[in-house]
Design a protein around this ligand. Structure first.
Ligand code: CAA
Length: 269
């Protein structure tokens, strides 16, 4: 398939847009009138989209429609009438969806353009890393609603910035601006406009796409899986993934290209 052709699956979904250009998937949450709040349909659309993602997609960006919000959280109106058993299912659907980003064998960047609150912040943390525009605002305000984060926030924020800082943000529910988010290590880099943000995310993915895709998939898997194990187990995971790559054509191509003083031509095999 020609990856330079722009493909558009927008009409298939009610609440998201999905376009592919130059091998990069751009998944946009598209409920701007509700600041892209996450209801069940948004999750179902994302699950459907990610499950059908094709091999020609080598990197993914998730962002929000409009200038104001990435995602302003779980849909509070939808939650207002939920029973406990419905809440179990809603949270589980959020967990399933966020885990799909981790399980994709390609780099996923959250391009946060405005409010990333509650479930929006949680969705961003499920990406491999976060780039943000200068107007981005992060927060887990769930305790203000008598709730706790339900789409992975208690787990991912503590892993990302440590339990103490995570607790301070969750207990107070306070918002943080992009500078504080960069200082805390939540955001890798900030940009002065939404256009610059998306261009930078695309440029980073294009740079990664020049490298061995099997190596990227293996490094993502080892880093993700190692965050929950001790260092001995983590090193063992690394040892296995490192040595497995010696059985791939791409690894032979990569090292031979270096020795031949030429660019590598990776094929994903
Ligand atoms: N759920 C549902 N609707 C939302 C929403 C949300 N999380 N956030 C915003 N909206 C809706 C508003 O109700 C409003 O809709 P109407 O025009 O129909 O009234 C529209 O989006 C625009 O929002 P505002 O008028 O509030 O915009 P603002 O500029 O005055 O404020 C804001 C922006 C500060 C982000 C404010 O909208 C806000 O505080 N939103 C809620 C943030 C929040 O608490 N998020 C956490 C949700 S709980 C959660 O996510 C649980 C979980 O982990 C599972």
């Amino acid at each position: 398939m020609n990856t330079n052709v722009k493909e558009n699956n927008t009409e298939k979904y009610q609440t998201i847009r999905f376009e592919v250009e130059q091998g990069i998937g751009l998944l946009t949450i598209n409920r701007p009138d509700k600041l892209n709040a996450l209801n069940q349909q948004v999750f179902l659309d994302i699950v459907d989209c990610l499950s059908a993602i094709e091999d020609n997609v080598r990197g993914l960006i998730i962002t929000g429609e409009g200038q104001k919000a990435f995602i302003a959280g779980a849909d509070i109106k939808a939650m207002s009438t939920m029973t406990e058993s419905e809440a179990i299912a809603f949270s589980a659907l959020g967990h399933k969806t966020t885990m799909l980003f981790a399980d994709l064998p390609i780099p996923v960047i959250a391009a946060v353009n405005g409010f990333a609150l509650g479930g929006g912040f949680e969705m961003a943390m499920a990406a491999d890393f976060i780039y943000a525009s200068d107007n981005a605002v992060f927060g887990l305000p769930e305790t203000k609603l008598g709730l706790i984060p339900g789409f992975g926030g208690t787990q991912r924020l503590a892993r990302l910035i440590g339990a103490s800082k995570a607790k301070e943000l969750v207990f107070t529910g306070r918002n943080i601006n992009v500078d504080e988010a960069v200082n805390l290590g939540i955001v890798v880099q900030s940009f002065s406009s939404q256009e610059e943000l998306l261009n930078a995310a695309k440029a980073t993915l294009l740079q990664a796409m020049k490298n061995g895709q099997l190596a990227i998939a293996a490094s993502k898997k080892v880093i993700n899986e190692s965050s929950d194990v001790n260092i001995v187990e983590g090193l063992s995971l690394e040892n296995k993934a490192f040595s497995t790559l010696f059985g791939t054509k791409d690894m032979r191509e990569g090292v031979n290209a270096f020795l031949d003083k030429r660019s590598a031509n990776f094929t994903g095999k």
